[in-house]
Ligand binder design. Structure first.
Ligand code: ZN
Ligand code: MN
Length: 474
């Protein structure tokens, strides 16, 4: 029998706010443990929470970008359970009246567009972080009270790849919208996965397991692959799947039992009496809608149309908002957008990935790239020279024309000088010259290389080619 997986995701996303969800403590990453805390986020009895408006706005913004309905009335509830990382013994979350309802996201996967439905997006606070070293455990409350939005999809994914591609698209949109940095290393985005399988011939959903706290996309992919195979193995052996919560062990590459799954009534949800419900007027929601930023798909289409670059280029550039911004600024200052796109897609993205730096902290400015393109187009420097200039710009910034001068990279286009070097190259490589005359066109490339070497790489290659061809055709 053939089985098909049905997978749903619960994605916890850290919202890009300066302060926590219910207090004024900062949210900076990497601060000394327990330095960004107060009675509210430490859970002292009697301390009163106050909602962070920006967290509500960002969650609504995410909902609008994902076609959700923004609820005019939503409220906070207490989710009760005991764990050392949560001294209040309840997490403030939203239960039956979340901020955003429904919606969906269309994304590319396996060469086609898929749409996955969202069930809801709600707001909740993060809990503290426990750390274990030998026999000693400690708790850092800096993360306690950090605003999270939890986005819950319907069980629409049929494979690990679909879930993976969805997460890529989701991250792109949330970064574009300024909702979150979605920095996985800093725990900005964590996933729980609901996974079940059912015989292909039967409708409805099988018994599901929940995989907890996956903090990389690759981890989500591997955990789903493994868990779906595990369940199919059990069913094929005549066994039954138990509803339970499992942990993904990255090193061993397996999921293991954490606890048999609690039911929702175990949490004894009830409305938080310390917090007012959130009421939003339609006017407020419409104002937010009017402030929606351009999304990746729209950006892709606009870059192609506005700058006349190929759809492929537009897709690569638009994939990262900061890269697209850089390209756009440089292309506006240049009359050769395609050349700008080539530089950004090849040299710049390569150097960024080699150095592990981000576009915000490199000194090369869009205006400098536009100026470099102008120098190349005006034949003031050839491509190998321009690459050298770009590498210096990437390292130290500066003015391309100045770098060309300082490094003596000015292209030699002077006829007399090129003629003299060509003549010399032919004289020194009589065999290659004869080969070319005998029809071996590849020999020309070798001779061009010889002239380039004599000019220390500064000759105009197109000019050299012309001169050599003329001299050898006689
Ligand atoms: Zn606090
Ligand atoms: Mn949650």
């Amino acid at each position: 029998m053939k089985y098909v997986p049905a997978i749903g995701l619960e994605v916890h996303v850290q919202l890009l706010t300066k302060s926590k969800l219910f207090c004024a403590c900062r949210t900076d990453f990497g601060a000394e443990p327990n330095t960004q805390v107060c009675p509210v986020c430490l859970g002292y009895p009697g301390a009163l929470p106050v909602i962070n408006r920006e967290a509500v706005r960002l969650t609504a913004l995410a909902g609008l970008m994902l076609d959700s309905k923004i609820a005019s009335f939503s409220k906070f509830d207490r989710k009760n359970y005991f764990y050392p990382d949560m001294p209040k013994n309840y997490q403030i979350s939203q239960y039956d009246r979340p901020l955003c309802l429904g919606g969906g996201l269309a994304f590319e996967t396996g060469g086609r567009t898929r749409t996955v439905r969202l069930n809801r997006i709600h707001l909740e606070e993060d809990v503290a972080k426990s750390m274990h070293a030998g026999a000693r455990s400690s708790v850092d409350f800096n993360r306690s009270g950090i605003p999270l939005m939890e986005l819950v999809t319907e069980p629409d994914f049929a494979s690990a790849q679909e879930a993976y591609d969805f997460l890529l698209a989701l991250r792109q949109i949330l970064v574009y919208g300024g909702v979150s940095r979605c920095n996985l290393e800093q725990g900005n985005l964590r996933c729980d996965v609901n996974c079940s399988v059912r015989p292909e011939t039967r409708s409805g959903l099988g018994v599901k397991t929940e995989l907890k706290n996956l903090n990389t996309f690759k981890g989500v992919f591997n955990a789903i692959e493994h868990e779906a195979a595990r369940q199919i193995g059990i069913l094929e052996g005549g066994g039954v799947i138990r509803q339970e919560t499992r942990r993904w062990d990255t090193d061993a590459g397996v999921t293991e039992l954490m606890r048999s799954k609690e039911d929702v009534h175990d949490y004894r949800y009830f409305p938080d009496p310390d917090l007012m419900p959130i009421t939003l007027s339609s006017g407020q929601v419409e104002r937010w809608r009017s402030e929606l930023p351009e999304l990746p798909r729209q950006r892709r289409e606009r870059l192609a149309a506005e700058f006349g670059i190929p759809a492929y280029d537009a897709g690569v550039l638009a994939a990262d908002k900061a890269v697209a911004d850089f390209f756009e600024d440089a292309a506006r200052l240049s009359d050769n957008p395609k050349a700008v796109s080539n530089w950004v897609m090849s040299d710049m993205l390569r150097l960024l990935s080699e150095t592990g730096r981000s576009i915000e902290d490199i000194p090369v400015r869009p205006a400098a790239l536009a100026a470099l393109v102008k120098l190349v187009d005006g034949q003031a420097v050839n491509m190998p020279g321009a690459r050298e200039v770009f590498e210096e710009l990437f390292e130290k910034g500066g003015d391309p024309a100045e770098i060309v001068r300082a490094r003596g990279l000015a292209q030699v286009s002077d006829e007399g000088a090129l003629e003299a070097m060509a003549e010399q190259a032919i004289a020194e490589n009589a065999k290659s010259a004869a080969d070319y005359k005998a029809g071996k066109t590849a020999a020309l490339q070798f001779l061009i290389g010889q002239v380039m070497r004599k000019s220390k790489g500064k000759a105009n290659p197109a000019g050299v080619r012309e001169i050599l061809k003329r001299r050898l055709s006689g």
